[in-house]
Design a protein around this ligand. Structure first.
Ligand SMILES: NC(=O)C1=CN([C@@H]2O[C@H](COP(=O)(O)OP(=O)(O)OC[C@H]3O[C@@H](n4cnc5c(N)ncnc54)[C@H](O)[C@@H]3O)[C@@H](O)[C@H]2O)C=CC1
Ligand SMILES: O=C(O)C(=O)Cc1ccc(O)cc1
Length: 367
C-alpha cells in the first residue's frame, strides 16, 4: 500500500511496527514522532523511520494511518486531544497499548467526529524498551488483538490488517472488556508477582548478601519481566485497575489456601496442587516462534573495515555459540561502528562476551 504512516512513540513497539510496515509496504512513507528527541533522531539514524515530524499536529495532518505507540496514559491523553480538522478524512487511527477499555473510551470523541479508530494490541514484546531494541520480526506468529467497536466498517478493519500484514501476526477480534480481562490474568498480574518476588529477595538480601549471588535458574526465569519499563507498567496497572483488584483478591485467597496446606504438612494436597499446575502448564500451546521472544543483545565497538563481521562470527562459530541476529548500527561517524549481536539466552551472551574479549580488544557492552 502507498501513503503516509505516522508512528507516535518510537520505542520498542513503535519502532518494530514501523519496520514491519515498511517491509510489507516499501513505498509507504514512515513518519515518526517522539517527545524524546534523542530517541526520534536515533530512529531516523537506524532507518526505522523515513522522516521526523516537527510536531504531533504536523505528522497527523499528513497521515493515512496513525499508530499510537506511547505508554497507555499518554495514548489516552493524545486521543482525547485529537481533532478531526487536522486529520485526513479517510485516516485510520490505531494504537498498540496493552489495555483497551480506557483507550477505546477516549477514542469515542473521535468516532463522533467521523474518524475511524480501531484499538489494537500486538501481544508480543519483551522486557526491553527503546528503539534500539526494535525488530521487524518481533510480532511474527504472535496474536494481534483488534477491538473495533460497533460502527467501525468491516472494510476499514481489513484495510488496517492489510497495512499491518508485515507483522506476520495472527489477528483476533475481541471486545475491549474481554481483552482487559484476559491480559489481566496472563500478562498484567504476572508482572505484579514478578516485581513482588524481586522485592522479597531484596529484603532478604539485607540479611544475607548471598541471596542475589545465589539467585539463579527458576528465580531468574520467573522474574525476567520485573526488568520491564516501570513507566509503561505503572500506566497499565492504573488502566486495568478493576481487573487487577479482582485478581489480587483471588490470589490472596489462593496463597492462604496454599499456606495452610503447607502449614498442615498436607502432603497429598500439596502434591495435587503442583500436579494440577504442571498438567495445565504442560498443556499450554507450545510457544510459537516470535511470540514474546527473549533476546539478549551484546554491543561491540568494532573498527570499520571490511571483514570485521566475519572475523567476529568466526570466533563465535569456533566455540559453537549461536547468534539469532546480527546488525551493524551506524550511530557514530568516526572510524568505529557498533555491531549488535543478539542471543537466545543470557548464558550465550556471556559466553560470546568472553570469547570476543579473548580474541580481540574491542569494547563490549550488554543491552
Ligand atoms: N514492551 C512490550 O513488550 C509491549 C508494549 N506494548 C505497549 O506499547 C506501548 C509502547 O511500549 P514500548 O514501545 O515498550 O515503550 P518504550 O518505552 O520502548 O517506548 C515508548 C516511547 O513513547 C515515547 N513517548 C512517551 N510519551 C509520548 C508522547 N506524549 N508523545 C510522543 N512520544 C511519547 C517515549 O519517549 C518512548 O520513546 C505501550 O502502550 C505498551 O503498553 C504492547 C505490547 C508489548
Ligand atoms: O517480556 C514479556 O514476556 C512480556 O510480557 C512482553 C509483553 C509486554 C506487554 C504486552 O502488552 C505484551 C507483551
Amino acid at each position: 500500500m502507498e501513503g503516509n504512516v505516522f508512528v507516535v512513540g518510537l520505542g520498542l513497539i513503535g519502532g518494530s511496527m514501523a519496520l514491519a510496515i515498511k517491509k510489507a509496504h516499501p513505498n509507504a512513507v514512515i513518519i515518526g514522532y517522539d517527545v524524546n528527541e534523542k530517541e526520534m533522531k536515533l530512529a531516523r539514524t537506524l532507518k526505522v523511520i523515513d522522516e521526523m515530524a516537527s510536531s504531533l499536529e504536523q505528522g497527523m495532518r499528513q497521515a493515512d494511518l496513525v499508530i499510537l505507540a506511547t505508554p497507555v496514559m499518554q495514548t489516552e491523553r493524545i486521543l482525547a486531544e485529537m481533532r478531526a480538522d487536522v486529520l485526513k478524512k479517510n485516516v485510520i487511527i490505531t494504537d498498540v497499548g496493552s489495555t483497551k477499555q480506557r483507550i477505546v473510551k477516549h477514542a469515542e470523541q473521535l468516532r463522533k467526529q467521523g474518524i475511524t479508530f480501531i484499538g489494537g494490541h500486538p501481544m508480543a514484546g519483551s522486557h526491553k524498551s527503546g528503539v534500539a531494541a526494535a525488530r521487524a520480526h518481533l510480532f511474527e506468529n504472535a496474536f494481534y488483538v483488534l477491538t473495533p467497536t460497533n460502527g467501525v466498517a468491516a472494510e476499514d478493519v481489513e484495510r488496517l490488517k492489510e497495512w499491518l500484514k508485515g507483522t506476520k501476526a495472527q489477528f483476533v477480534v475481541l471486545s475491549p472488556k474481554e481483552h482487559d480481562r484476559i491480559t489481566g490474568v496472563i500478562s498484567h498480574f504476572p508482572h505484579i508477582i514478578a516485581a513482588s518476588l524481586v522485592h522479597q529477595a531484596e529484603r532478604y538480601e539485607k540479611e544475607n548478601p548471598l541471596v542475589s549471588r545465589l539467585a539463579a535458574g527458576g528465580f531468574r526465569d520467573i522474574t525476567r519481566i520485573a526488568s520491564s519499563n516501570p513507566e509503561m507498567w505503572r500506566d497499565i496497572f492504573i488502566h486495568n485497575k478493576e481487573e487487577l483488584l479482582a485478581l489480587f483478591d483471588s490470589w490472596i485467597l489462593e496463597m492462604q489456601k496454599l499456606r495452610s496446606i503447607v502449614e498442615e504438612e498436607n502432603s497429598e494436597a500439596i502434591y495435587r496442587y503442583f500436579l494440577q499446575a504442571k498438567q495445565f502448564r504442560d498443556g499450554l500451546p507450545a510457544r510459537t516462534k516470535g511470540a514474546i521472544p527473549s533476546f539478549y543483545d551484546l554491543y561491540v565497538d568494532v573498527p570499520d573495515y571490511p571483514g570485521v563481521i566475519s572475523e567476529i562470527t568466526g570466533y563465535l562459530a569456533k566455540e559453537q555459540i549461536s547468534i539469532t541476529n546480527i546488525r551493524i548500527i551506524e550511530t557514530r561517524e568516526e572510524i568505529y561502528g557498533v555491531l549488535r549481536l543478539s542471543f537466545q539466552s543470557e548464558e550465550d551472551r556471556a559466553k560470546a562476551k568472553a570469547c570476543i574479549q579473548k580474541h580481540t580488544n574491542y569494547d563490549t557492552y550488554e543491552g
